[in-house]
Design a binder for this molecule. Structure first.
Ligand code: NAD
Length: 245
């Protein structure tokens, strides 16, 4: 097991990509703190599955965009596990607004998306870095939307900011902590469920590897970066089946 004896915290860890990463870490021997803000039932289910593998799991409720709640979350993780080796900044939100429809984007959309996707990522990383073991790893979940095309303009901009944060934080926290990013393409989670089978088929057809991505595709790279990528920092890796080539 490649993560035996390690402790991880996954924000938004009860659903979608976060859930797949939480389970993959546990399968490799890590204890996992599953953060959630509203998805309590799913987080509870994920924690049960982790315990079923013989690992420790704890649920931590916190809105990642609230620094008081984030600090309390990190204290809870330290109390429960006595250590923190891996932070996955996975929590994220968007709105679905056609890029050409500038008028439909509100100031509230900008504020909510940047608060969670950008400020929240910084708050979690800062608080975690205070207690992380030497050799710790932060994994930021970005998106190919960072290249400019995605669910909405504020979301695209927020993920570009995530990529810059990955670089800045890698410089700031080296050599004690590595900071890396994963930029998924279209991944089949509840975000994309609303698109329906035809849109998924179209996306698979336009993807060189001829299928839609699954949360486990992201989880496998997260395990690699956490367990083996020990001379890698500051970089964001695209996982999209070649779709944005
Ligand atoms: P998801 O909605 O299942 O995951 C997002 C998680 O973040 C949820 O558990 C949600 O409850 C949590 N969350 C939202 N706001 C929060 C807050 N303020 N505090 C704490 N938790 C909060 O969808 P997903 O597809 O699994 O997305 C996970 C990550 O992957 C996101 O960062 C998303 O931007 C990114 N991503 C997804 C895709 C895709 O196609 N699904 C593609 C690229 C990137």
């Amino acid at each position: 097991m490649r993560l035996a004896g390690k402790a991880a915290l996954v924000t938004g860890g009860g659903t979608g990509i976060g859930r797949a990463i939480s389970l993959a870490f546990a399968r490799e021997g890590a204890d996992v703190a599953v953060n959630y803000s509203r998805s309590e039932a799913q987080a509870q289910e994920t924690a049960e599955e982790i315990r079923g593998m013989g690992r420790r799991a704890t649920l931590v409720r916190a809105d990642v965009s609230n620094s008081t709640q984030v600090d309390m979350m990190i204290t809870e993780v330290a109390d429960r596990f006595g250590r923190l080796d891996i932070l996955v900044n996975n929590a994220g939100i968007t709105v679905f607004v056609d890029l050409a429809n500038l008028e439909a984007i509100t100031e509230g959309d900008w504020d909510r998306i940047f608060n969670v996707n950008v400020k929240g990522l910084f708050l979690c990383t800062r608080a975690a870095s205070r207690i992380m073991q030497d050799g710790g790893v932060v994994i930021n979940i970005s998106s190919v939307a960072a290249f400019g095309r995605g669910s909405s303009i504020p979301y695209c901009a927020s993920k570009a900011a995530v990529n810059t944060l990955t670089r800045s934080l890698a410089i700031a926290l080296a050599p004690r902590i590595r900071v890396v990013g994963i930029a998924p393409g279209f991944i089949d989670t509840r975000w994309t469920a609303q698109w329906g089978p035809q849109q998924k088929e179209r996306s698979a057809a336009a993807t060189p590897l001829k299928r839609v991505g699954q949360p486990e595709d992201i989880a496998r790279l997260a395990v690699y970066l956490a367990a083996d990528g020990d001379f890698v920092t500051g970089r964001t890796f695209v996982v999209d089946g070649g779709r944005t080539l």
